[in-house]
Design a protein. Structure first.
Length: 300
């Protein structure tokens, strides 16, 4: 893959970390050590400074082959046609295989239920997966059943025409009834597993929110994504002083109201059908865990 630098003076390793957010810092350094990164045709070093217009070529090593097995994992398929299916993912289910989760993911379940009807664009580890939601976020996830559908849906994600609306319970009270968080998100400078609001090596991130209900010390909000950055709602809500209840990564470090993972649910997914362009809207009701928290809040 090839990138064209836009800013002057940035270190090469920092530039790569921003351009390859799914790679760890050590993986980026290994690419440089192994001569897999060229600046204008010459091998790059981690402390090289780049200039506007520099061409950075990155050759990624062949991924390690993992045997991804089909597994009978119950899937709540809430919409399906010949091109697309939409799954209502439960909290706690990892989307695709990764370290520590090789045979207990949504992908394993997809291979069991629809092995012959998944796009191959994302390879064997992520067949049909167009976008992801966190392990501990529940809700709607679109899956492409062929490469045409995958290409069109991915394009809608890129140009922000795929609309995703989330329900969340956040800490604290809002004076306003609605608002917008427009704050760029990038990799955390010291913790590679986290994201943060930053001007450095970041991408535009916009979240619109509105109050659904107010409780003592907490608020039920509805968030609509205009962009889709990693952990966007979690980072943005924490950034404005209202971390999501149960989010011990970006919010309060101790569990509250019995929640040790975020109360965040992808409740509405809207897109244009990849074959004929008709609008499709899929909705998923609030899951039991979310309703249980709301009942606790009503008693406070």
């Amino acid at each position: 893959m090839t990138f064209i630098a836009e800013a002057a003076g940035q270190r090469l390793d920092a530039f790569l970390a921003a351009m390859l957010p799914d790679m760890s810092r050590s993986a980026v350094q290994k690419l440089l050590e192994n001569g897999c990164v060229l600046i204008n045709g010459k091998p790059g070093k981690k402390n090289d400074r780049i200039n506007p217009g520099d061409e950075i070529q990155v050759t990624l090593p062949e991924p390690k082959k993992l045997d991804v097995e089909a597994k009978d994992i119950p899937l709540d398929i809430v919409y399906e046609d010949e091109d697309v299916l939409v799954i209502n993912k439960p909290k706690g289910l990892v989307v695709h295989p990764a370290a520590g989760h090789n045979d207990d993911t949504l992908v394993n379940g997809l291979l069991f239920a629809r092995a012959d009807a998944l796009s191959g664009i994302n390879g064997v580890l992520r067949p049909g997966i167009v976008h992801r939601i966190d392990k501990d976020t529940s809700g709607l996830l679109a899956v492409a059943k062929n490469d045409l559908a995958h290409t069109v849906l991915a394009s809608q994600l890129k140009d922000h025409t795929m609309a995703r609306t989330y329900e969340a319970i956040v800490c604290g009270s809002f004076r306003e009834d609605s608002g917008t968080v427009n704050a760029p998100i990038g990799r955390h400078p010291t913790d590679r597993k986290k994201m943060c609001v930053t001007q450095r090596n970041s991408k535009e991130a916009i979240t619109h929110w509105e109050v659904v209900a107010r409780y003592r010390g907490y608020t039920h909000v509805r968030c609509k994504l205009e962009t889709g950055r990693t952990h966007q709602i979690r980072v943005h809500m924490a950034h404005i002083g209202h971390p999501i209840l149960g989010d011990t990564v970006y919010g309060h470090k101790k569990p509250e109201l019995g929640q040790d993972s975020q109360c965040l649910h992808a409740g509405i997914l809207c897109f244009r059908h990849p074959r004929d362009g008709r609008p499709v809207m899929v909705m998923a009701p609030l899951p039991d865990y979310f309703e249980c928290v709301l009942k606790k809040l009503e008693k406070l």
